[in-house]
Write a protein that binds this ligand. Structure first.
Ligand code: COA
Length: 262
């Protein structure tokens, strides 16, 4: 697949997707979003890919937001269409992906950039990263899932403070809030993401996919989370990974899982 606004590289079982509009601080225009859709859809289907690291080109920004230039002149229908298309074709696809996606936040993650990082399953930030949802400074609100995912990650009070003030927070503050999982030196950002993905790659891919589905189910519909967990737990039984995992435990050896995810 040929891309203009992102770079996609697979090394071993990890796919690196890098947003590549450094001069515009990797802002998400519609072409970049379309390419992200294609890349993630392909990565989730490709049996050679075990997990994905998403980052931004350069040292200044992960993604400085949706491309504000594209908002100019739009009305209600156009605005709604941007949010709907973005959420359904990129952000929800990443969040519901059956392989782990780690955001390596290497600088500004603002607006749609923070929303993109929050759609990923795990976030690692470099110590120079700055995060925020500045949409109210533009007469907007977050439209790529930010009002929901920030609230889920940091709670209603802190989410509303960040959204209503539009203030950026440091990586250290984001760590304290639980918005990012780890903060590391810039040079350690990708290695830390690799370390986590490589550990997940030793676990059952089928169970990893089931765990993501169960966790996400409760976020969409809190009443359904426990039922989904029961269903997914039951579906694990009798699968080749379950048989291998339990046998390996009994035989006191490391399991050797298949790459099957369903
Ligand atoms: N959309 C479109 N272009 C953007 C952008 C965005 N979200 N964020 C940055 N850019 C562009 C700038 O217009 C500039 O382009 P130019 O060189 O052609 O003028 C380039 O990226 C560099 O940005 P600049 O503002 O000069 O860098 P800075 O270091 O002075 O400031 C930021 C960095 C992140 C504070 C500033 O770019 C900013 O506030 N960006 C918008 C953040 C935002 O509101 N995001 C939410 C969008 S919904």
């Amino acid at each position: 697949m040929e891309f203009e606004h992102i770079k996609v590289e697979t090394i071993g079982r990890i796919q690196y997707i890098t947003i590549d509009r450094e001069k515009k601080l990797n802002a998400l225009n519609r072409f970049t979003l379309a390419e992200l859709h294609d890349a993630f859809t392909a990565a989730f289907k490709d049996p050679a890919v075990g997990g994905i690291i998403l980052t931004g080109k350069g040292t200044k920004a992960f993604v400085a937001g949706a491309d504000i230039v594209e908002f100019d002149g739009l009305g209600y229908e156009g605005g709604k269409e941007i949010a709907l298309r973005g959420q359904s074709t990129v952000f929800d696809i990443i969040a519901n992906g059956k392989k782990p996606v780690i955001a390596a936040v290497n600088g500004f993650a603002l607006g749609g950039g923070l929303e993109l990082a929050m759609a990923c399953h795990i976030r690692i930030a470099s110590e120079n990263a700055k995060m925020g949802l500045p949409e109210v400074t533009l007469g907007l609100i977050p439209g790529y899932g930010g009002t929901q995912r920030l609230t889920q990650l940091v709670g209603r009070g802190k989410a509303l403070e960040m959204i209503l003030t539009a203030d950026m927070i440091s990586a250290a503050e984001a760590l304290q809030l639980g918005l990012v999982n780890h903060v590391v030196f810039a040079d350690d950002l990708i290695p830390k993401a690799e370390e986590i993905i490589n550990k997940i790659l030793t676990r059952s891919p089928m169970a990893v996919a089931a765990a993501i589905r169960a966790v996400n189910a409760g976020l969409v519909d809190p009443g359904n989370g426990y039922n989904t967990e029961i269903e997914e737990f039951g579906k694990c039984f009798g699968t080749p990974d379950f048989i291998e995992g339990v046998s390996a435990f009994m035989e006191k050896r490391q399991p050797n899982f298949s790459t099957q995810r369903d």
